[in-house]
Design a binder for this molecule. Structure first.
Ligand SMILES: Cc1ncc(COP(=O)(O)O)c(C=O)c1O
Length: 386
């Protein structure tokens, strides 16, 4: 049977997944330092308030609006501030879906989007499934991460349609600097590209640089079309509610709202109960975020304390987000190191190459696990060696 060439050629599990499955089959426990599902991290969610938000009488009615229910859009606009209005928004079922709609909007099959790497590994497949190509352009690390704007411009070709950045980035935690923002928007304007800015982690600033850009929304009228993405999966740590959104920012983006609404109208994919609950859920978000921020800081402190006894190891600064990069001597590949840590220490971590990190030197840890799990996992990992 013919299947689309947009799909992977095979679905073979990678070596780490195979090793994990072997532990599972043997009934062996392990500590998961890749945990990124906030609903499994022991946070005290306001359960009654979440249930009652989802139980209002309105959840029994369906009044489709291709851009998403207006009260939900108004609440999201108010949450963001920065003069965002309900009419600037299109709701989606997730940030991933937001990407797929933007790729449909901006590209034809064979076109390309540029993505500074290291970054979130899903882009390659989200683009390919829309018939587009995601081309990585390496960022570089020198005291902090830097976008290589000259390399991005050199990579722009006649089929390039957009640049995708994540602010702060996953997994590096890098916030764009104001200089990078000015350079990027000018580059996009020169090359007639759209700029997609994924800000799902923007509420989780930890130690941002003084010149960081907390949100692209600070720029009310950028010189190119800008689309800012976010969603409840990180804003309220409720990925199961399946609500994301796209904010069209600036006069160059506004004309694209109508074609985007046309795409949204073909799917109407956001559930009515979720849209109805969104305003109440957003009121709960600060309380949930405060717990997560506390956890991120506590785990980072625990890591620093543990690494102090291992001068050959270090971690990179984390400006924001839910993960941290640990740097180790490259005596073997990052995959061999992650496999060894899993088999010997019974701790699951991710090798940096999953995120296109530029060498074998990095392991990626989630800062979200419960503090006892994180501390124990780090201790075991360091005892057995990286
Ligand atoms: C940078 C980034 N964007 C988007 C997402 C996915 O968000 P959603 O659950 O809204 O699709 C993630 C999930 O980890 C992410 O790391």
């Amino acid at each position: 049977m013919h299947t689309s060439s947009r799909l992977p050629r095979n679905f073979q599990a990678n070596a780490l997944t195979v090793a994990l499955e072997a532990l599972r089959t043997a009934g062996e426990p392990w500590l998961d330092l890749t945990l990124s599902n906030p609903t499994r991290c022991g946070f005290a969610y306001p359960e009654d308030a979440i249930r009652s938000a989802l139980a209002s009488p309105e959840v029994l009615f369906h009044e489709p609006d291709s851009r998403g229910a207006r009260p939900a859009r108004e609440a999201i606009a108010a949450w963001h501030g920065h003069s965002v209005e309900a009419d600037d928004l299109v709701l989606t079922a997730s940030t991933s879906e937001a990407y797929s709609w933007l790729f449909k909007l901006l590209g034809d099959p064979g076109d390309e989007v540029l993505v500074p790497s290291p970054s979130y590994p899903l882009f390659e497949w989200l683009a390919r499934l829309e018939g587009l190509r995601a081309t990585s352009v390496a960022a570089y690390y020198a005291d902090r991460w830097h976008l290589d704007l000259d390399a991005i411009e050199a990579a722009c070709g006649s089929r390039t349609r957009a640049i995708v950045v994540v602010n702060p980035n996953n997994p590096t935690g890098h916030f764009l600097s104001r200089g990078e923002w000015t350079g990027l928007t000018a580059l996009c304007a020169r090359r007639e590209l759209a700029l997609i800015v994924d800000e799902v982690f923007s509420d989780y600033a930890l130690k941002p640089a003084p010149d960081h850009l907390p949100t692209a929304l600070e720029d009310a009228d950028p010189p190119c079309p800008v689309f800012v993405l976010s969603g409840l999966s990180k804003v309220a740590a409720l990925p199961q509610l399946k609500l994301g959104w796209i904010i069209a920012r600036g006069s160059a983006a506004k004309p694209l709202l109508e074609p985007m609404a046309f795409i949204a109208d073909q799917f109407l994919s956001v559930s009515s109960p979720t849209q109805t609950a969104a305003p109440a859920i957003l009121r709960l978000a600060p309380g949930i975020q405060a717990q997560i921020l506390f956890r991120l800081r506590a785990n980072l402190d625990a890591l620093d304390e543990a690494l102090a006894a291992f001068p050959q190891l270090s971690r990179l600064p984390v400006e924001g987000g839910w993960s941290v990069l640990v740097r180790r001597p490259t005596l073997d590949t990052d995959e061999a190191s992650a496999l060894r840590i899993l088999r010997e220490a019974r701790v699951l971590v991710q090798p940096g190459h999953f995120f296109d990190l530029p060498s074998e030197a990095y392991l990626v840890l989630s800062l979200l696990p419960p503090e006892a799990v994180f501390r124990n996992g780090i201790g075991r990992m360091l005892f057995y060696g990286l």
